[in-house]
Design a protein around this ligand. Sequence first.
Ligand SMILES: *[C@@H]1O[C@H](CO)[C@@H](O)[C@H](O)[C@H]1NC(C)=O
Ligand SMILES: *[C@@H]1O[C@H](CO)[C@@H](O)[C@H](O)[C@H]1NC(C)=O
Ligand SMILES: *[C@@H]1O[C@H](CO)[C@@H](O)[C@H](O)[C@H]1NC(C)=O
Ligand SMILES: *[C@@H]1O[C@H](CO)[C@@H](O)[C@H](O)[C@H]1NC(C)=O
Ligand SMILES: *[C@@H]1O[C@H](CO)[C@@H](O)[C@H](O)[C@H]1NC(C)=O
Ligand SMILES: *[C@@H]1O[C@H](CO)[C@@H](O)[C@H](O)[C@H]1NC(C)=O
Length: 367
Amino acid sequence: MLLGAVQLGLLAACIVLFVPMAMAGWHLSRNKMLFFSCALFITLAVGVHLMPYFPSISAFISPSEVITPAPSISSLYHDSCLSSLHSVLYSGVVKQCDNESDCNKSWEWIKSNQVNDCEFQKLKKSDASDLLNGSWVVVAGDSQARLMAVSLLELIMGSEQMERIRGDLFKRHSDYSIMVNEIGMKLDFVWAPYVGNLTELVLKLKRNKNFPDVMVMGAGLWDMLHMNNASEYGISLRVLRDNILTLLPVSSNLDPDSGGVSESKSTRLLHLFWVGMPTLMTSMLNTDEKRERMTDVMCNSYDDELNRSKLLRETGGPLLKLDIHLLSNSCGPQCTADGMHYDEVVYGAALQIMLNALLIESNQKPQ
Ligand SMILES: *[C@@H]1O[C@H](CO)[C@@H](O)[C@H](O)[C@H]1NC(C)=O
Ligand SMILES: *[C@@H]1O[C@H](CO)[C@@H](O)[C@H](O)[C@H]1NC(C)=O
Ligand SMILES: *[C@@H]1O[C@H](CO)[C@@H](O)[C@H](O)[C@H]1NC(C)=O
Ligand SMILES: *[C@@H]1O[C@H](CO)[C@@H](O)[C@H](O)[C@H]1NC(C)=O
Ligand SMILES: *[C@@H]1O[C@H](CO)[C@@H](O)[C@H](O)[C@H]1NC(C)=O
Ligand SMILES: *[C@@H]1O[C@H](CO)[C@@H](O)[C@H](O)[C@H]1NC(C)=O
């Protein structure tokens, strides 16, 4: 990709230099030559900067794919509003909470220049309905992923309708599927407690050649509790990453040296999110086994493996992290009863972060 940019620059320089010289051969005056030079230079400069916004033009200019104008996803991540999406602050988080209705927990994006420029907004039911109208959303993973699905359905359908299906959605360890007819949105929750289950799901999607528009996944708690081996977790994450990359239409543009995935030509974009593990309040966990195995040290090494697997955008991978660890940690012990599953406010914030990321990625927002 870098090579493409360099070649493009050289090409532009040659045109600026040689076209007016050739024209001079046609007896143009020096002033006219200068004028042509400047005009060409400006045209090319503008063209180069606009090209990423006109994929069809760049496809036309570079049929051989030598030039890939879009920056890699990882650099997009660091430059863009995506990296400030998690700047949130809770309020109403009180220590003693005897009466549920006293505990009116809420959250806001921190008011800073960066956040203001990004124009983050909490999407209401109607906004979210517009955004997800006609789409297929797959949420796969453990209980944290299930809580994300709950938050999404609560926003889209309202809490009353949600109450009616809550029982089905919370049948332990089961899949759940619903078609929200009003907006033609299909949501599949796939119970996938281990990373290997997520890989299986990805392979199944690939076999069926049928891909969702949005895919939200995450697993780790079961692995930590039952396997308790971070390096094996890391291995399974790498297998998942490799399979996701072959699923993506952009995989052919993967440049292992830059560690990034470049944007594809005209293919539909699959939006991928990773539901991170929550902060575990070890002393609050409800079994001895959990308290023994799910320690801070173990959490750290699982997190470390996640980084090293390069599954996430921050590390050049394909998935955008919904940082439940951060979001749950700042809500604190007042927001959890069992040290592992947090109040709705945490997953509600994560959901809005996800929806705003979708807005950014579908170019309906400042980058
Ligand atoms: C909690 O507060 C609400 C409204 O303030 C009240 O109606 C309800 O009885 C209270 N419940 C308990 C268990 O105190
Ligand atoms: C809860 O807090 C939000 C924002 O702080 C406020 O708008 C709302 O009225 C509160 N609800 C209750 C029941 O106190
Ligand atoms: C969803 O999209 C369809 C067609 O694009 C439109 O007719 C319908 O009104 C939309 N529904 C909502 C709730 O936005
Ligand atoms: C998930 O993977 C585990 C271990 O490979 C397997 O035992 C289990 O049946 C799988 N669960 C689902 C729901 O596929
Ligand atoms: C974790 O798994 C790796 C690879 O399978 C193995 O070499 C290592 O001994 C295991 N560690 C523990 C503590 O079981
Ligand atoms: C993982 O990466 C993130 C961001 O790059 C960093 O903030 C975090 O400390 C890393 N975690 C570990 C355990 O290295």
